[in-house]
Design a binder for this molecule. Structure first.
Ligand SMILES: Nc1ncnc2c1ncn2[C@@H]1O[C@H](COP(=O)(O)OP(=O)(O)OP(=O)(O)O)[C@@H](O)[C@H]1O
Ligand SMILES: [Mg+2]
Length: 253
């Protein structure tokens, strides 16, 4: 069975894209065939995996709005076992164009479903809002992964995210389940980080991953070199944590 994991949090800069890149790298290292989908018009995932969002075509825009283009037509090989449906700036218009379509929430799901190309994992990166594009990501998913930066007030907004998610589950995607909440950018010695993780564990209990992603500059340096953190600094604390996360995710039945 193909596992489709959407990474979402409407709060910006919490590590969504970094998680998609490095979870994909970790899962690929374990021998999985992985596809990632960039649903953010900023194209950070696309850049990180070596493509130019200004010129790359076709893109995830075509998956959402072009009935003549199949999922597989959009995929480009990034590395061994990693394929990407890249984003480009056309996606900015997709949010508005989708509003006029009757199947506006299920375009991505249908495109993946109808595809002959199959993967062990499909990871979907979403923009920092809860608009129609993110809804497409949530409707297409079997599982949701929520990265939460371990700092003061970081849990604010997670509840409203989950309210939307359960509404989507009720109305549009009954199979959607919460895979887990991932503490990111954790400064191990900081008191605020400890209390943020404590709060996550109190609210989400066993749904908080054992993997905790530390704050580490290697994570911020790697994208400029078009590398995953696991490639750029394989023994760094952040790479180690993402490798562990990949094992944790693949052990979920
Ligand atoms: N563990 C980490 N340690 C240090 N820096 C990190 C870490 N994870 C991500 N970063 C950096 O923080 C910034 C935000 O991360 P990222 O782009 O993954 O977040 P995002 O949630 O996808 O953001 P957006 O909401 O804008 O899409 C980036 O510059 C990234 O390189
Ligand atoms: Mg991002």
């Amino acid at each position: 069975m193909e596992r489709i994991i959407t990474v979402a949090n409407q709060k910006g800069g919490v590590g969504k894209t970094t998680t998609v890149v490095n979870l994909a790298a970790g899962l690929a290292r374990l021998g999985n065939r992985v596809a990632v989908i960039d649903l953010d018009s900023q194209g950070a995932l696309t850049i990180s995996l070596g493509f130019d969002p200004y010129t790359v075509r076709p893109s995830s825009y075509n998956i959402l709005l072009d009935q003549n283009i199949a999922f597989a037509d959009v995929l480009k090989k990034s590395r061994q076992n990693i394929y990407i449906a890249p984003a480009n700036a056309e996606l900015i218009a997709a949010e508005y164009k989708l509003y006029n379509e009757s199947d506006r929430t299920s375009r991505l799901r249908n495109s993946i479903k109808n595809s002959a190309e199959k993967f062990d994992f499909i990871l979907i990166d979403t923009p920092p809002n809860l608009g129609l594009i993110t809804v497409n990501g949530l409707v297409a998913a079997s599982e949701l992964l929520i990265p939460v930066a371990a700092n003061y007030l970081s849990m604010r907004g997670v509840r409203s995210l989950l309210d939307s998610v359960w509404l989507i589950r009720e109305r549009l995607n009954p199979q959607l389940k919460l895979l887990g909440v991932l503490p990111t950018m954790v400064q191990p010695k900081a008191a605020h980080a400890k209390s943020a993780i404590y709060e996550m564990q109190t609210v989400f209990k066993q749904k908080v991953f054992q993997s905790i992603i530390p704050f580490d500059n290697a994570a911020a340096t790697a994208p400029a070199l078009r590398q995953t953190t696991i490639e750029y600094a394989p023994t760094s604390s952040v790479a180690t944590a993402y490798i562990y996360l990949a094992k944790e995710v693949s052990n979920v039945k």
